[in-house]
Design a protein around this ligand. Sequence first.
Ligand code: FMN
Length: 435
Amino acid sequence: MSRIQQHMRLGLFIQAAGHHASGWRYPGAQSGSENFNLIRRLTESAERACFDLVFFGDKLVTGPQEPPSMIVRFEPLTLLGALAMVTERIGLVATASTTYGEPFTIARQFGTLDHLSGGRAGWNVVTTGYDSAANFTLGNHPDHEQRYAVAEEFVDVVRGLWDSFEDDAYVRDAETGVYLDTAKMHRLDHQGRFFNIAGPLNLTRSPQGHPVLVQAGSSGPGMALASRIAEVVFTAQQDLHSAQQFYRDLKRQVVEHGRDPAHCLVMPGIMPIIGRTREEALAHFERLQQWNDLDAALALVSDRLGHDVRGLDLDRPLPDLTLPQNMRSRAQLLLDMSHKDGLTLRQVCHLAAGARGHRIVVGTAHQVADEMIAWFEGEAADGFNLMPAHFPEGLDAFVEGVLPILRRHGLFRECYTGHTLREHLGLPRPADFGL
Ligand SMILES: Cc1cc2nc3c(=O)[nH]c(=O)nc-3n(C[C@H](O)[C@H](O)[C@H](O)COP(=O)(O)O)c2cc1C
């Protein structure tokens, strides 16, 4: 089947105060990162609409510098455990850090979620750009290169632990009295640069074999990791050309690793602002943008760039700045907005405050659908991570307006045909190598 005949993949990125910094202020918006009923309703809406997955990001530090609506959040794995009990088909993906986590614990947690949900778990592997050392007795936040070196080994250990038991290790034969064929239980005995982990994991292979591996870093080392291990890649490109370039580069690297490029799906973030007319959508966007707090936006852009830009001329483009150790690709994206697209610091702040550097598409449902189709057919994306500006209306407008158009083009499913997240995404179940 050619790629064009395939469906777009769709994820709903849930941030319960909405993805626009001021989304919670929009008339009718409901918010609350600790409002389980709201999160449950949003997840159920996405499941009724047959999205592939819902996704919850994570951050391990907080403080007054965060947007007030994002200072607190639920621990995502615990949250997904609860959502697994009230949903049946939709994929459940959460972030967990390779810098501040332990491979044995993460293998257990995502393996357990895969069992509990009947094969719907996915792990968004992040190295954590933000210095979170103060909360982990770690000393210093490791630098970018070190974080990715750790991540490479970390993921291999987790995958090895997920294969602790061959699929048919548990015989449970009451006649013969053989409960477990211990020859099919394997120690990992990993001894590496960063980890010494014996195993086996105290969990059998989960329904998907391995939970789906997602990755969200776009720097050179980020792409190197993604091309080797990721089955889904979350990105934040702004324009068709740079998205096509990223897509081409990543898929080329995937092939160099001997992998099928169709098994590493690229899903950029998109914040649609939808109106019955383009004018109405623009007015809607203006209303959100007018609430932006310039001081808060300057602090956010300074944080993302790793340079204090608060003293700079707001009405000139950004100067040449060296890339920071953290959040490198997001910093590059903000610099590109200024250097390539000619945006002033004030305009960069406005956009960054809106969607934290993700792409915003303002227009009618048809215009939003056309943009998505152009990216999908132009080989810039295999699908999208939907980031509504506010909930629930931002999600409802997409489901009621844009999805029917995508379906008329045969680009999105009418109903689920599979049960596991791998089946939704068209990903194979990893072979059981019986290490
Ligand atoms: C859609 C998306 C979701 C992300 N979610 C998280 C997250 O939940 N936690 C986190 O620490 N970083 C998250 N990131 C950031 C990246 O994982 C990565 O840390 C950052 O882009 C810096 O890595 P890089 O230098 O390789 O680009 C996300 C990025 C994208 C595009």
